[in-house]
Design a protein around this ligand. Structure first.
Ligand SMILES: N[C@@H](CCC(=O)N[C@@H](CS)C(=O)NCC(=O)O)C(=O)O
Length: 204
């Protein structure tokens, strides 16, 4: 299987970290976005959205990082067997995609990507709006983690990797997460896992 990626992206970190944790035989293929590699016909045949990540497997392709992460996790210890727990994995992933991710993405893009790749200043108004949005949703996760070591049940699951990607640059992208001690402790726990350590991207 080939996983086409931009290693620095939080969307790609989700399936990359799960594959690394499970030691799956997945070849990472770096897509050169600077030359539009993701808009070429061969790439668009795999993912008509022209975005990474996309999995190229035997006879099929799969896009959306969380969907790929779940596909990898299926049938392993990272995907709970119980119906209730699987629904909770789904719940947190949906919440991440809709409420948390857009806010953390903004910090990555405005404070890291724009200055480094486009030589542009962050847009202060956009960052301020994202900070407000982040503070509106982060307490939900922080409160949950006050009495849970992991996102779902008692064990590490694919949900931890999917949510963890939101915080991969929090130490230096200006994300205002300082007051969320439970998120920080959980993220430190995730950072000790094999999958997280062996998928650490270098930004740039
Ligand atoms: N919802 C998608 C988002 C994928 C996405 O936005 N990927 C970015 C990299 S982080 C991309 O390929 N952008 C290129 C473009 O939009 O032209 C996922 O979670 O996989």
């Amino acid at each position: 299987m080939k996983l086409h990626v931009l290693r620095a992206s939080q969307n790609c970190r989700r399936p990359i970290s799960v594959a690394a944790h499970l030691e799956l035989d997945v070849e990472l293929v770096d897509v050169d976005m600077s030359t539009g590699g993701h808009k070429q016909p061969a790439f668009l045949a795999l993912n008509p959205n022209g975005k990474v990540p996309v999995l190229e497997a035997d006879g099929y392709s799969l896009w959306e990082g969380t969907a790929i992460a779940n596909h990898f996790a299926e049938g392993t210890a990272l995907m709970p067997a119980g119906k209730k727990e699987r629904a909770q994995v789904n719940q947190w992933q949906q919440w991440e995609g809709r409420h948390l991710g857009p806010r953390t993405d903004t910090f990555d893009y405005q404070n890291l990507v724009k200055p480094k790749f486009f030589n542009q200043e962050p847009d202060a108004a956009v960052v301020e709006k994202a900070a407000k949005g982040f503070h509106a949703v982060a307490p939900v996760l922080d409160t949950h983690l006050a009495n849970h070591d992991w996102i779902v049940g008692a064990d590490l699951s694919v949900a931890d990797f999917c949510l963890g990607a939101n915080f991969q640059y929090a130490a230096f992208n200006g994300l205002p997460w300082q007051d969320y001690a439970n998120i920080q402790r959980w993220y430190a726990r995730l950072s000790e896992t094999k999958g997280w350590q062996s998928s650490q991207p270098s930004f740039g």
